[in-house]
Ligand binder design. Structure first.
Ligand SMILES: C[S@@+](CC[C@H](N)C(=O)[O-])C[C@H]1O[C@@H](n2cnc3c(N)ncnc32)[C@H](O)[C@@H]1O
Length: 192
């Protein structure tokens, strides 16, 4: 049924969800984007993925659920308490590398293999270092962001920042853009 939007919730997601409420984290992405991320990661066998803004690992659980055994992901957050939840949930999965670092500094220093999908879910990668982030995409790679529709709790000036980011992405000649007007507002850009 089309009303049953989200299917096959990963078991890791359910474990992390419980811990997430215990640590009082409320900035997680929803299940709709999770399910979408799973499809995108599944579309890139032997993929190399990046998430900026792990939180407790809820969106990460979806990406990992779509990955094949030869794929790998680096996920970065600067909050060690949140990362602790993700570290416990993904221990033993060698495909997942969790990094506690400032996203902007990490992006500046990274000079490894480019990525097939980048889920930019923190300030770095969206509102700063966006150029560096987009330059880390392989041709055919996906750049994914959410929280792009106006929200009641946004601080003054944030809507203008979101609009400026959309404008910037729309005007880049090396991206195909799709705006998905559901969930919190999702943008998928494919690197040409
Ligand atoms: C929207 S939440 C991420 C939610 C997560 N992707 C999920 O779906 O559960 C944003 C995350 O970015 C992290 N963050 C904020 N500023 C950061 C920075 N400068 N570098 C790295 N992580 C940062 C926060 O600690 C927070 O966990």
């Amino acid at each position: 049924m089309m009303n049953d939007l989200v299917l096959d919730i990963p078991s890791t997601y359910l474990k992390i969800e419980e811990k997430t409420s215990q640590v009082g984290f409320s900035m997680s992405s929803d299940k709709f984007i999770g399910s979408l991320l799973k499809n995108l990661s599944a579309s890139k066998p032997t993929g190399n993925f990046l998430e900026i803004g792990t939180g407790t690992g809820l969106a990460l659980a979806w990406v990992v659920d779509g990955m094949d055994t030869n794929s790998k992901i680096i996920s970065i957050d600067n909050d060690p308490k949140l990362l602790e939840v993700a570290v416990e949930a993904f221990q033993g999965d060698n495909r997942v590398q969790l990094v506690c670092a400032d996203g902007e500094q990490w992006l500046e220093q990274y000079n490894g293999e480019k990525f097939d999908l980048i889920f930019a879910d923190s300030w770095p990668g969206k509102y700063c270092a966006v150029d560096k982030t987009l330059n880390l995409l392989k041709p055919g790679g996906f750049y994914v962001i959410d929280d792009m529709l106006p929200q009641a709790g946004w601080p003054d000036g944030h809507q203008q920042k979101a609009e400026a980011l959309i404008d910037y992405l729309e005007n880049r000649e090396d991206l195909h853009l799709t705006k998905i007007n559901c969930s919190t507002g999702i943008i998928i850009a494919t690197k040409i």
